[in-house]
Design a protein around this ligand. Sequence first.
Ligand code: ZN
Length: 433
Amino acid sequence: MVRGGRVIDPASGLDDTRDVLIQDGRVAQIAPSLPVPAGARVIDAEGLLVTPGLIDPHVHLREPGAAHKETIESGSKAAAAGGFTTVCCMPNTTPALDSPEMLDAIRVRASEHASCRVFPVAAATRGRKGEALSEIELCARAGAVAFSDDGDVIASAGMMSRVLQAIEPTGLAFMQHCQEPTLTRGASMNAGEVSTRLGLIGWPSVAEEIIIERDIRLNSSIGARYHVQHLSSGGSVEIVRRARAGGQPVTAEASPHHLLLTDEACEGFNTLAKMNPPLRTDADIQAIRQGVADGVITILATDHAPHSADEKALPFEDAPFGIIGLETALPLYAEALVASGAIDWPRLIALLTIEPARLCNLDARGLGQLREGGPADLTLIDPDLAWTIGADDLRGMSTNTPFLGRQVRGRAVTTIVAGSVTHTTGSRAPVTA
Ligand SMILES: [Zn+2]
């Protein structure tokens, strides 16, 4: 039983002090002052937020093909440490997740080794090459929770149109990595003053915006569910805002780094600040925060992208894009969005639970919400716990993050998946009554 916490369940609107009784992996009862059953394990949650288990709809677990960066086992441990009970893994593995057989292999690996629920996002085209459709319907039946060629955009408008048409009947969302390739050739950071000073080829915001514009126009007569991944530019926020106001089935996600860091973090050729899409400007950060505050951006995702220290030690232009995010996301979102006054804790929890659950049709499985009879996936958060992000706090295989050493506030102190504790930290270790 989880006793005396502030239970926040955005799906039902509950935000009050409650006890949560867990039995057989399910939520048995949510009520004030429940009696403790004999022999029950009791977690004292006084002063803590008790929320549905957090869901990250955009992670890279690197399995199969890059086990030196991350595996399903290590990545899911990182997820648990960050308060996540469910992650959706991207298909840019080797080989790509583009067939029912590959999706099944992920399901089996996850059932044997994962510390959280893992759902695969299937590639929309074979081998993520953008040339031929993958087996969309069979992949949907085999458990894909969305489609994406993430890591790459679907560059051809003709292929994009066919992808949207093929996905529409499945009811699943297509997630686009928005990067017009001819505008970003050889680019490794935001186009601006800093890229000029460093002598690096710049990556303009329009490369992202033009793809979103194109896709929304293509989709206007198709009506598939279209999702913008890791949006980085203020211009993109405006395009999504207009499309949603016009009733189009468009959603968008923001990532912690695009809410907190600018391209100045690339100074000194710091490869830990090399991201795709790139870190941009203060004005972009303000626009993305405003987009979250206004309800234009409804999804938060880490884009957890592990790389080895050797790879990130390469010269800036040769180093891979991306940073890890699962262990550090929650306090960074709290800083960027709650401490800044953009949104409150209940809305932040919605963006991390029921909203991504809906994006990936996981709400139909009872995820992203707390209700009696539903799965007992819970995250206990100390919103006031101040800590410094250190290498010891990282549970995955890679440590590529520019946030090491940052002082933050707020932490997932206990993570529970199907009634089992998958992570606990600090002074809030569970005690048995
Ligand atoms: Zn991407």
